[in-house]
Design a protein around this ligand. Sequence first.
Ligand SMILES: [Zn+2]
Length: 91
Amino acid sequence: MKSKFFLTAFLSVSLIACAQETPKVKHKVKNTKSKSATQPVKFANATDPICDMKTEPDMKHTLVYKNKTYGFCSAYCKDEFKKNPEKYVQK
Ligand SMILES: [Zn+2]
């Protein structure tokens, strides 16, 4: 029976194709930063560049600039930094 042979052949081929089509794509695990994380934020700046105050890990006024997190004592200092970040970043 030729037709049966072809059917079997077709089935096995499609099975192989199916196996090859198994997705190998790994779902990227998003780094969702939970606020309950115990790890303290490390600021790029040891001191507030505006007022020279020491930065604390629990500072609420933070700004990410060029993939670095900067901490500020107040919204005012953050705004001042935002106006001219290069001035304060360059050392
Ligand atoms: Zn400040």
